[in-house]
Design a protein around this ligand. Structure first.
Ligand SMILES: NC(=O)c1ccc[n+]([C@@H]2O[C@H](COP(=O)([O-])OP(=O)(O)OC[C@H]3O[C@@H](n4cnc5c(N)ncnc54)[C@H](O)[C@@H]3O)[C@@H](O)[C@H]2O)c1
Length: 255
């Protein structure tokens, strides 16, 4: 197993892409901390799935927007499993709205969860990695919208675009400590975050028309990429983004 003996944290691991990543990393041999915010029962289901398959899982409640909670997430992981090797910044929210409708509160929450949260989680993980002295891997679940504009969702795009620049800027800073940082940019993946779009036949058809591989992705498509990036097979990969999008990013020329 590619991640035998490794210890991972996955933020927002109770649902969607995060839960698939947690289960997949555990299947590869990692001990996994399942961070959850409000969905305790769903997190329990993920932990049960991991332990039922013979893996090790720890549940920790932490709002990634709160810097103290994020520090506690790392501390509890180290207390339970003895070390930390992999951080997956997956937790994220979307609050689509036009410029004229966005409130200060909406703006601040979006940036706090999708940009500030990953930044301070990277800081807490990097401090631990440096103390351990044996490197580490940080994977940020970004989006095709770290690069691709989405009309009516500018603050989300700004947060993910910020995450792109954090990865590109921090990867060389941390490379001397053998810490790799990579973004994974999903396209359209079937999870609770986009239920409204996927339940609307017209919106779903319009979305499918933009995807060269002509299907909506599933959380396991993203989890497989994260498992590879977290492994030593990807030991020469840092400071970049791997898009998992069925070709969406390169379909602008038309299909
Ligand atoms: N589904 C897609 O099509 C898609 C596309 C591109 C990028 N993404 C990104 O993938 C990541 C996961 O999205 P998803 O589709 O699984 O969404 P989701 O809504 O199904 O899951 C998001 C998870 O994050 C958790 N979360 C939200 N706020 C949190 C907070 N403050 N602290 C801790 N946890 C919090 C939620 O409880 C949930 O477990 C997000 O960063 C999202 O932006 C998703």
């Amino acid at each position: 197993m590619a991640l035998n003996g490794k210890v991972a944290i996955v933020t927002g691991a109770s649902l969607g892409i995060g839960s698939a990543i947690a289960v997949r990393l555990a299947r590869e041999g990692a001990s996994v901390t399942i961070d959850y915010h409000t969905h305790r029962d769903a997190a329990g289901t993920v932990a049960g799935q991991i332990s039922g398959a013979g893996g090790r899982a720890l549940m920790v409640q932490a709002d990634v927007a709160d810097v103290t909670s994020v520090g506690n997430l790392v501390n509890q992981t180290v207390a339970a499993f003895g070390r930390l090797d992999i951080l997956v910044n997956n937790a994220g929210i979307e609050q689509p709205a036009r410029l004229v409708d966005v409130t200060e509160e909406m703006f601040e929450r979006q940036i706090a969860v999708d940009l500030k949260g990953p930044y301070f989680a990277m800081q807490a993980a990097a401090r631990r990695f440096i103390t351990q002295g044996s490197g580490g891997v940080i994977i940020n679940i970004s989006s095709v919208h770290e690069d691709l504009p989405m009309v009516g969702n500018a603050v989300y795009c700004a947060a993910k675009g910020g995450l792109r620049m954090l990865t590109r800027t921090l990867a060389p800073e941390l490379a001397r400590n053998q810490i790799r940082i990579v973004n994974v940019g999903p396209g359209a993946i079937a999870t609770p975050i986009n239920t409204a779009t996927l339940n609307d036949p017209q919106k779903k058809a319009a979305l499918l028309a933009e995807i060269p591989l002509a299907r909506i992705g599933n959380p396991d498509d993203v989890a497989a990429a994260v498992a590879w990036l977290a492994s030593d097979d990807a030991s020469y990969v840092t400071g970049t983004t791997l898009f998992i999008d069925g070709g969406l990013m390169v379909s602008a020329g038309g299909l």
